[in-house]
Design a protein around this ligand. Structure first.
Ligand code: ATP
Length: 335
């Protein structure tokens, strides 16, 4: 699929629109088994266009990531899907419902993990989940949830004394209390240390077995890469790519990475017939993109021999999602 170029690719846009078009025919409730359908979504804040014609669809039981830098429009999109914000244009369906019109019904079927705050500082995790469970006719057992998110040891510790990671995990447990069919996770691991992040990742993966559809937003590439079945990369409120992490990183180009003395002649490396470009990512570390890695290796080693350069640790691999993002949008994910 066409995922190259800095402008939103027409091919990406066409594919996303085709997938969503049928969903609005005949007012079907859950057309084609899609849990979420977004078509031509627009949201403005005054002059600022936060979401600019976004289209995508999420299948039931899929873990779907909205990935983009700060201000890309992820939270705005998710809040429109949750029914907390009104769109200025386009259409959305969530579990077959219109979040504005059918908000009351929708809220009993979705789980929302808030970015932060919203929990009373002196409440304990077990008290909080107990309280929440009374709002639902059919709820998860708070003790089981505490165990699921790994908070057994702090079940009776006041919220304000929990670490940032523990607070986030409590927010995740809270989102699960009402046995949601669809879970919204807005930056679920922001503020967590690496260990808590890994724990949360395995927890989110395990939701797959419960048959829960998950929409998560993140600006951590690794998070999207590890968790998501498919990733929508958005930038400036527009879709720039939509595919599985594997498809995104294996599309079209490979990379030859190698270490050698710092300061090699990049002009000469770029001139190798099979090189698309060449970069020194850190002193002595080089990356050359290519569509023909075997041929490039031959060219590179021949060049090194002639130039008297000793190449070390040569590796052929795919672009990382981080590099794909950089190539598609022209800027880093975290700025
Ligand atoms: P982050 O990763 O920082 O949470 P995001 O991708 O979720 O970013 P949004 O929060 O949806 O992005 O914001 C998209 C754009 O809309 C940004 O430029 C932001 O400044 C602007 N914006 C968001 N909320 C409002 C608001 N209530 N009023 C005015 N502008 C807003």
């Amino acid at each position: 699929m066409g995922i190259q170029g800095r402008q939103p690719s027409p091919a990406v846009d066409r594919a996303a629109r085709a997938a969503t078009r049928r969903a609005f025919r005949d007012g079907e409730r859950e057309p084609n088994g899609e849990a979420v359908v977004v078509r031509d979504l627009v949201k403005r804040y005054g002059e600022r266009v936060a979401v600019d014609g976004l289209s995508f669809a999420i299948q039931h039981k899929e873990i779907f990531a909205l990935l983009g830098p700060n201000g890309a429009g992820k939270t705005t999109t998710i809040e429109i899907l949750e029914g907390y914000r009104k769109a200025d244009g386009g259409e959305v369906r969530v579990l077959g419902l219109d979040p504005q019109r059918d908000g009351a019904e929708l809220r009993t079927r979705i789980g929302v993990m808030l970015q932060s705050g919203g929990i009373y500082p002196t409440v304990t995790p077990i008290e909080f989940l107990d309280l929440l469970s009374h709002f639902y006719e059919d709820s998860e057992d708070p003790r089981e949830l505490i165990h699921l998110v790994g908070l057994d040891d702090v079940a009776r510790v006041r919220y304000r004394q929990l670490s940032g990671g523990q607070q986030r995990r409590l927010a995740l447990a809270a989102a699960l209390v009402g046995k949601p069919e669809l879970l919204f996770l807005d930056e679920p691991t922001t503020g967590m240390d690496p260990q808590a992040r890994r724990l949360t990742w395995s927890l989110i993966s395990s939701l797959r077995e419960r048959g829960i559809t998950v929409l998560l937003t993140t600006h951590f590439m690794e998070e999207a890469e590890r968790l998501a079945d498919r990733v929508a990369i958005i930038d400036n409120g527009r879709l720039v790519a939509l595919a599985s992490p594997r498809e995104l990183t294996q599309a079209e180009t490979d990379e030859v990475q190698f270490t050698a003395p710092a300061g090699l002649d990049l002009v000469a490396l770029r001139a190798l017939p099979c090189a698309l470009d060449a970069r020194e990512t850190q002193p002595g570390q080089y990356v050359i993109r290519t569509k023909r890695p075997a041929d490039l290796l031959a060219e590179l080693t021949a060049w090194a021999r002639d130039a008297g350069v000793l190449l070390q640790t040569i590796r052929v691999g795919h672009e990382s999602l981080e590099e794909v993002f950089l190539r598609l949008t022209g800027h880093e994910l975290r700025e």
